[in-house]
Design a binder for this molecule. Structure first.
Ligand code: SF4
Ligand code: SF4
Length: 182
């Protein structure tokens, strides 16, 4: 065997000392993994046992059993709504500020002409259409509204089988603008 052949043969068969180092590293790694697995299991079992004996500290809420007593965080936003008073009046002037502020065309103001007390034609909202399925609850429309005509409600059960039901008209049928709101 010449010198070159000898070199190739050495590189293909590393010394047995190297193999021992590799195999002892593998065992250490394996023991570490088993240790971490058992520690993680015990930690989980301890947590389960703790809540089993400390019911009042359980964070998960039992929805819908607690529907009547459910307290949502103050900042929770579920949908845009338009409050009306007992005379079926709202504060929307149809200025379109909400429509312009909305980043994804969720709101659309549709106008109609009304006659005012002097018999003159006046622009008023016919519908403020709201596409709940597009709304990201960003609150920008509420901030933009100069008349405080819309707010974010905390309703959240919005599931429907018919997608068209998610398109809503925020002003109630037969409603009109409150006196004094311009
Ligand atoms: S909350 Fe945001 S996304 Fe929803 S209608 Fe208002 S501006 Fe548009
Ligand atoms: S809801 Fe407010 S911002 Fe939107 S059209 Fe009515 S008054 Fe203007």
């Amino acid at each position: 065997m010449n010198k070159e052949n000898l070199k190739i043969s050495e590189s293909k068969n590393p010394p047995s000392e190297g193999r021992e180092v590799v195999s002892s590293n593998g065992i250490v790694k394996y023991i570490k993994e088993v240790y971490n697995g058992v520690a993680s299991l015990l930690k989980g079992m301890w947590r389960t046992g703790y809540y089993f004996t400390h019911h009042k500290e359980i964070i998960t809420q039992q929805y819908p059993d607690n529907k009547d007593t459910l307290n949502l965080p103050e900042r929770f936003k579920g949908e845009v709504v338009m409050p009306h008073n007992e005379n079926n009046e709202h504060r929307c002037t149809g200025c379109q500020a909400c429509e312009l502020a909305c980043p994804n065309a969720t709101l659309k103001v549709i106008f109609k002409n009304e006659l005012n007390a002097e018999g003159k034609k006046k622009k008023a909202i016919d519908k403020l259409v709201y596409h709940l399925e597009l709304c990201t609850m960003c609150n920008l429309c509420v901030i933009a509204c100069p008349s405080d005509a819309i707010v974010m409600a905390q309703t959240f059960e919005h599931s429907v089988f018919d997608r068209s039901l998610l398109t809503k008209t925020l002003n109630k049928p037969g409603s009109k603008i409150m006196d004094g709101v311009e």
